[in-house]
Design a protein around this ligand. Structure first.
Ligand code: HEC
Ligand code: HEC
Length: 348
């Protein structure tokens, strides 16, 4: 980009964002956030995500045979067999409240494009987070996942296990420039229909395409000695919490579209249509029919600045006039339009 150029771009991504590029500061000012961050100019550098090929993480055979490499290998081991090491009966500490593993969501240990990958994670932290309304380090962000999807207690930031996980995440993103996104670090795009996502339609899809592995009651399937899951739970007391990223309908639908049913769907060739992915996500995340754990520590309210909430975040207050139900299930377009018209951030 040349200095001084001023260009307006319409992202094909979601067709939702009008972005203004001020190349002098090489900054992309835009409301596009693929994770639940608020608008952070540093977050929004013009990046290879929008132009480049899918990022390829280095091969595990290239992990160096030195002290750093040993930490990377241990970190990968922790991401794959999380419950074994730091689960409720963990050999290295009892931090998780359930027996899921990071790899259940961060597919292929964070190396699968559009599978909640860790591609650019290390390159983008420390980062502003709307939920806490402050800058979090990568270790603190890891603890968010330990506290929410895993219903656990934070690990000490200087523990060997935390340093190992952060080292592994750094290694996955070895070739990603600081501050940048790369293609495949986000979730797959989805078109929003003009209707709300429908849990009843989702129930039918779930019975047909999901329950064989995840169980009729979303409880998942244990492995032989019940030390972890062969197929992880989707709701119930051992699943991810209310208010966590996957409990958001759009966030979950975008993951499902690229990756589920397992072995049938790929990001290149999704199995469900966008509407089906939204409907089944609505069914899974419908708190009127499915229970899931709640945040334990209520002393710190989430999103002290409501403008930083994702559109599909289902707990008020909001900076708009739409109901919590519409924020959760849609239709989403009117909310997005309202935010744009009123110069409010459009966060996903
Ligand atoms: C139930 C699903 C689930 C589990 C289990 C889970 N996470 Fe996450 N994690 C998510 C979701 C969803 C996000 C948000 C991804 C996004 O915004 O695209 C996330 C985000 C993250 C991020 C920030 C990524 C970024 O680029 O901003 C880190 C780091 C992370 N998780 C680490 C972990 C670790 C380590 C574990 C295991 C201890 C773990 N997670 C377990 C679902 C999960
Ligand atoms: C053939 C078995 C199988 C089927 C069918 C299947 N899944 Fe999964 N699912 C898995 C496995 C295995 C994982 C964990 C991936 C890993 O650990 O590598 C997973 C992970 C998930 C996760 C993230 C982890 C969690 O528990 O929160 C979600 C959400 C999910 N599946 C939703 C679905 C939906 C929705 C369908 C139906 C459209 C579906 N799955 C069909 C096997 C399956």
């Amino acid at each position: 980009m040349k200095n001084g150029a001023l260009k307006t771009c319409k992202f094909k991504l979601k067709n939702l964002f009008t972005c203004v590029v001020f190349s002098t500061v090489a900054m992309l000012s835009c409301n596009n956030t693929s994770n639940d961050t608020a608008n952070n100019p540093k977050e929004n550098n013009l990046s290879p995500r929008d132009t480049g090929a899918i990022y390829t993480p280095p091969d595990t055979s290239t992990i160096p045979h030195d002290a750093f490499g040993d930490m990377v290998r241990y970190g990968r081991e922790l991401v794959v067999n999380t419950a074994h090491y730091i689960g409720p009966n963990g050999t290295e500490g009892k931090y998780l409240g359930n027996k899921m593993n990071c790899i259940n969501c961060h597919l292929d240990a964070g190396t699968r494009p559009f599978g909640y990958s860790y591609f650019s994670t290390h390159a983008r932290y420390p980062q502003y987070r709307g939920r806490e309304n402050k800058i979090l380090t990568l270790g603190e962000r890891v603890n968010n996942c330990i506290e929410r999807p895993h219903s656990g207690t934070p690990m000490p930031l200087d523990s060997k296990e935390m340093v190992a996980i952060v080292s592994y995440i750094k290694w996955v993103g070895s070739n990603v420039p600081v501050g940048q996104h790369v293609k495949g670090d986000e979730s797959l795009e989805i078109e929003y229909p003009n209707r709300a996502a429908d849990p009843e339609k989702g129930a039918v899809i779930f019975a047909e395409h999901c329950s064989s592995c995840h169980g009729k009651n979303g409880e998942g399937t244990w492995n032989l000695d019940s030390s972890t899951y062969t197929y992880p739970p989707l709701w119930g007391k051992y699943a991810y919490q209310k208010g966590s990223s996957p409990s958001r309908v759009v966030k979950l639908a975008r993951f499902i579209k690229a990756n589920m049913p397992d072995k049938k769907a790929t990001w290149q060739k999704p199995f469900l249509t966008d509407e089906q992915a939204l409907d089944v996500a609505a069914f899974i995340n419908d708190d009127r029919i499915h229970a899931r754990p709640q945040k334990k520590d209520k002393t710190h309210p989430d999103y002290p600045n409501p403008a930083t909430k994702a559109i599909d975040y289902d707990m008020p207050p909001y900076v708009d006039t739409f109901s919590a139900l519409q924020h959760k299930f849609g239709p989403f377009k009117p909310i997005v339009d309202y935010h744009k018209a009123n110069k409010q951030p459009v966060v996903w």
